[in-house]
Design a protein around this ligand. Sequence first.
Ligand code: ADP
Ligand code: MG
Length: 339
Amino acid sequence: MRIQKLDPLVAQRIAAGEVIDRPASVIRELLDNALDAGAKTLVASVTDGGLETIKLIDDGEGIAKEDLPLLCESHATSKVHDLEDLFHIQSMGFRGEALYSIAAVSTVTIASSYLGQDAYQITVDNGSKGQVQPGGPREGTTVRVEGLFKELPARRQFLKRPSTEATMCRYVLQEKALAFPERAFRFITDGKVRVDLPATTKKQRVLDVLAISQNIVPSEMLELYDSAGRFNLYAVCSSPALYRSDRSHIKIFVNNRPVEEFALVQAVTYGYGEMLHGGAFPYCYLFIDVDPTLVDFNIHPTKREVKLRNKAEIHHQVVEMISSQVRRTIPRIVAKEIQ
Ligand code: ADP
Ligand code: MG
């Protein structure tokens, strides 16, 4: 076989597969964009597990009319201007790839009012761009994604049942909501409101999200704080009286991004030490805020991996914070019994 250049739409769809593999990844990207736009209320809805429609309504600053045609172009972003910016990223997005990828594999309509001005919209249908037209929300941005993977039946086959896909979308929203308690989130499936999280405090948000799946008494959850040099730690975690038999509720966020970092999950369990017996794991939502120059999220398109320059130091401090602060809450009675 001779070498030939791929057709641009084929190349676009191959690249899209890296970023968008199911409805939940669309929801993740749309939520990130709304958060970056400063939205205070984010309402996500899906029908038929996201295969029919995925919609996100936000009340953020909106998109200027002139920028609408650029949205679904590759590497089009308002968040990074030069290479240096990559090393102090404050926003959730930075690749300018999400809408481009979504638009390659669905029909996406973006309607927006920029800072309360008249609204305009544009539709991109499986890579082909329409005209900018008047119309849209009174404030913020509404993105509507229809017929995801309709032209890629092979990818559709990898999806689960609609109800399972909808649940995955809900998990993504709940995970984002944990990191941004000062914003309100709602999730609607086939017209039914499944999640309704008003703006609140960090601890209450964790309790609200846990209450969706668990019955937890607020007094059994502790708040821990620590700060050292170029990072701050904050955790909402269970007293040793409350535990589970798996690590599924040890969640780590770095600069508001959920990350998969087993070393830090281990740091949490080391922190509890013998306060929990073997095979018992705590609930722990750990938020690490690090100087952006010390982290690199630019490893994987879905950004769940992170490189931390001072990982050993953070690890040590997490163990230290948990072991000292959780121990302090254990009632004295234990010591009396020993005497
Ligand atoms: P990135 O988020 O990495 O910049 P995206 O493809 O997700 O790339 O979005 C491209 C650009 O579109 C963003 O940089 C932003 O300027 C704009 N944008 C997307 N969604 C919204 C939104 N909901 N509100 C305001 N601007 C948005
Ligand atoms: Mg984005």
